[in-house]
Design a protein around this ligand. Structure first.
Ligand code: AHR
Length: 589
């Protein structure tokens, strides 16, 4: 934690930046609805409809009912791009209980396992179609020697884990001193079991460029071709892992070397120059360490230095990693990383909205960094890789006492996650990969586990709902609903009333949305420009209490439930419960 305090200390979002201001247009559009004041949602929309001549003004071809609280207009002809499955990716760092006790239980464990990997986790993950998993960090990556984690298990060295400084004295040995029992082979096996692609983060701070390409060689050289391929075969992995995605350092502005963006760009070029490629992994996709939240100076400084060597240098970068955590729940009182954090499970309605407001900044960050990237890469060869995102609360809610950075996700985090995934879906041209931080026993976990106990969190169930978007054609969907108004310690504040995304899969339209209101359900009419809806079904994640969560004892408190969609005359009506995440599957005629 000491390292993190230094890294994030006094970090604040700078909303005055010119690029961000440009990108805030979307937020402004939503604010237009604020004139609804304290009117009930239904009254607000009726009033607006009347002013627009009883039909929604910007949608002359679609007649919306006046009785609905909200409307969703899907514009099939406005294709936004294909939603890469990789947007639904994961992050597993060797940090406290993520690997040891989370993913890895060991072959001799009484916990059901497949070659040492927790079986229940594998079974659950298969249901959500995980596309990609990032490993071994995070900050851990820049202190990791991949060679420690290969070869005969009884010969692997024990090393001090990067995160040791934050571990309690009572923490299990494996959390403080890395036994290296789970290394490259075991990670590749885990990926094979769940059907995901590995995304390895290389150590740029403390290993050489040679060690980087040797790791690539170990993973990708064909059986029998190199000594490292022989080492891999001897461990039982004859076939190459064909790892395509490689992170080149992590948070190189902080724990990954404390570089300036210009210094890092030079290192990036050196590390990625002439990395060998192998038959089944010819085009390696290198991910450069990118900005923390709104650090436009990092994005610009890095790319400016990259192209100083030639414009074509951008072709050697698949993605620029953006990290964004929502952590400041102080309601504007402080930017102190330690003091500003809120509680994961004890919160009021204002904390709920404040967290969502923090998370909603993601859209501005994507747009802002994309604009900045375009200054140096006008053809947008480089994608944004949001490989760490999620809420970050203060310690205290962990299900397994002592698990550093573990927190107990609630319904609030499910709504946050749905909102974030919808944001990614709305920008399929920009976001190449997304990795939720983190997979298990850490931050925005999809799963929690300790010894033989296991549960899926509301975040995990959100991923289960949203998996239906993978590989679909994202289409524009306009959500209109009156804003929510609340009192932020004496100051008026507001948040949008309904938001989501839509994707087309042949004749099937998938619409996901979150209703952020802590108390009001919202009846929305859904119409598709260019098609009629013939039938529909829905699945909803919600709870009667905004603090609802799953635990080892109560594993099914928050689970998706089927819900009815009314279809009439080519359009649909759906009631979004308060504090909910919903997926609608609509058949188009
Ligand atoms: O996800 C926890 C930590 O947060 C990661 O190690 C680091 O990259 C980020 O600061």
């Amino acid at each position: 934690m000491r390292a993190l305090s230094r890294k994030h200390g006094n970090k604040s979002l700078n909303f005055s930046d010119e690029v961000l201001i440009k990108s805030l247009a979307v937020v402004r559009r939503l604010k237009e609805f604020e004139s609804g004041g304290t009117m009930k949602r239904r009254e607000f929309l009726r009033g607006t409809a009347a002013a627009a001549g009883c039909v929604w003004a910007y949608s002359p071809k679609l007649a919306f009912s006046q009785s609905a609280d909200a409307r969703i207009e899907v514009l099939l002809e406005e294709r936004l791009g294909t939603i890469s499955p990789n947007i639904y990716g994961h992050f597993a760092e060797n940090l406290s209980g993520v690997i040891y006790d989370g993913i890895w239980v060991g072959e001799n464990s009484k916990v059901p396992n497949i070659g040492g990997i927790r079986k229940e986790l594998v079974d659950e993950m298969r249901k959500i179609k995980p596309p990609v998993v990032r490993f071994p960090g995070g900050c851990f990556a820049d202190s990791y020697d991949w060679r420690d984690g290969i070869g005969p298990v009884d010969k692997r060295p024990r090393r001090t884990n990067f995160w040791n400084g934050g571990e309690a004295a009572s923490a299990p040995d494996a959390h403080r001193y890395d036994p290296n029992r789970f290394g490259t082979n075991e990670f590749a096996h885990f990926c094979q079991l769940i059907g995901a692609q590995p995304y390895l983060a290389a150590n740029l701070r403390s290993l050489s460029a040679e060690q980087f390409y040797r790791w690539v060689e170990y993973c990708n050289s064909p059986a029998g071709s190199t000594s490292l391929a022989d080492e891999r075969s001897a461990a039982g992995y004859k076939d190459p892992f064909n790892v395509r995605y490689w992170g080149v350092g992590n948070e190189s502005w902080g724990c990954g070397g404390n570089f300036t963006p210009q210094e890092y760009a030079v290192e990036y070029r050196r590390f990625t120059a002439w990395v060998p490629s192998y038959p089944n992994a010819k085009d390696l996709s290198f991910v450069a360490s990118g900005p923390n939240d709104d650090r436009w100076d990092w994005t610009r400084g890095f790319l400016e230095e990259i192209v100083r060597k030639g414009k074509g240098e951008v072709n050697n970068i698949y993605g620029l990693a953006l990290h964004y955590y929502a952590w400041n729940l102080s309601r504007g009182k402080t930017n102190d990383w330690e003091k500003g954090k809120g509680d994961a499970v004890n919160f009021d309605a204002i904390d709920w909205y404040e967290l969502l407001r923090q998370g909603d900044v993601m859209e501005s960050l994507i747009k802002g960094h994309w604009l900045a990237m375009g200054e140096f890469d006008p053809e947008h060869h480089i994608k944004l890789v949001v490989d760490e995102w999620g809420p970050w609360y203060k310690p205290g809610s962990e299900l397994t006492p002592g698990d550093q950075l573990e927190q107990l996700p609630t319904l609030r985090d499910a709504v946050f996650s749905g909102m974030t995934l919808d944001t990614f879906n709305r920008h399929p041209d920009k976001v190449g990969i997304g990795c939720c931080a983190q997979l298990i026993n850490c931050l925005n976990s999809l799963y929690l586990a300790h010894e033989d106990r296991f549960c899926v969190t509301p975040v995990g169930y959100t991923f289960a709902l949203y998996a239906a978007h993978q590989s679909g054609q994202a289409v524009r969907a306009d959500f209109s609903a009156p804003s929510i108004h609340y009192d932020r310690d004496g100051n008026p504040a507001s948040f949008w009333g309904l938001q989501g995304s839509a994707s087309l899969h042949d004749k099937q339209l998938v619409v996901t949305a979150v209703n952020p209101s802590v108390k009001d359900a919202l009846e929305a009419q859904i119409a598709v420009r260019g098609a009629r809806i013939s039938s529909g079904e829905a699945s909803v994640l919600t709870g009667s209490d905004i603090h609802a969560r799953n635990t080892f004892e109560q594993r099914q408190s928050v689970v998706p439930k089927p819900s009815q969609v009314r279809v009439d005359n080519g359009s649909a009506v759906f009631r979004f419960p308060a504090a909910s995440v919903a997926k609608l599957t609509l058949q188009l005629a």
